[in-house]
Ligand binder design. Structure first.
Ligand SMILES: CC(C)(COP(=O)(O)OP(=O)(O)OC[C@H]1O[C@@H](n2cnc3c(N)ncnc32)[C@H](O)[C@@H]1OP(=O)(O)O)[C@@H](O)C(=O)NCCC(=O)NCCS
Length: 180
């Protein structure tokens, strides 16, 4: 079982080379669920731990959990990046970007020769973060999967109520099966 413990950023930067990644499992459910709940993120994401990549620092007894994220299938070519989360004390150390990098390279290996598209929804305040990772905002039309349009409409309605200054964006990145 992996637990989250307090640490500090300098320590994480020093230990950067020791960070490891593993696939999520059902035992991670409650840890993922409570982090998403606290951050007011979509808790339904926690119900598919097998799609998660977990970043951690190995320790003798209890590993230190740093963050996680998942990519799950929408259809044959399209995938969805979701539930990206880094514990507050470890943010801005590159861990969020590294988790996305891990997820993308694992997905690329799975595509086996077919080009794919990775979609996500986010608030406008996170646009720059995803731009740096190669995602661009797309218009909401029939070219994007129905489930992403639905998520955009529902998310926009909710966001108007709770964060009226933010917009919900759908972003996309093309994943070429045989590229680096
Ligand atoms: C978003 C999140 C995963 C980023 O993780 P992180 O480990 O802090 O990100 P990184 O250190 O890899 O950041 C890389 C860059 O993005 C910037 N960045 C980080 N979070 C950002 C945000 N929310 N908006 C804009 N830029 C952001 C960093 O300043 C850094 O910029 P730099 O390379 O120019 O220094 C983390 O802030 C988090 O868990 N937030 C709460 C949950 C959340 O909002 N998840 C995303 C849902 S769509």
């Amino acid at each position: 079982m992996t637990l989250h413990q307090n640490d500090n950023r300098c320590l994480i930067k020093e230990k950067w080379k020791d960070i490891q990644y593993r696939q999520g499992k059902w035992q991670d459910f409650s840890v993922i669920f409570s982090a998403l709940w606290r951050e007011k993120m979509n808790i339904t994401g926690a119900f598919s731990p097998q799609y998660f990549v977990i970043a951690y620092l190995p320790k003798d007894e209890l590993d230190v959990l740093l963050g996680f994220g998942q990519i799950k299938p929408i259809n044959e070519r399209a995938r969805k990046l979701a539930s990206l989360y880094v514990y507050p004390e470890y943010r801005n150390c590159g861990i969020g970007s590294a988790i996305v990098g891990q997820l993308l390279s694992r997905e690329k290996a799975r595509l086996s020769g077919v080009d794919g598209e990775i979609y996500l929804t986010c608030l406008s305040r996170s646009e720059l973060f995803y731009n740096k990772l190669g995602f661009t905002s797309v218009s909401i039309d029939s070219s994007i999967p129905f489930s992403m349009r639905l998520e955009h409409y529902l998310g926009s309605a909710l966001t108007k109520l709770i964060e009226p200054n933010e917009k919900v964006l759908v972003m996309r990145k093309c994943l070429q099966a045989n590229s680096e």
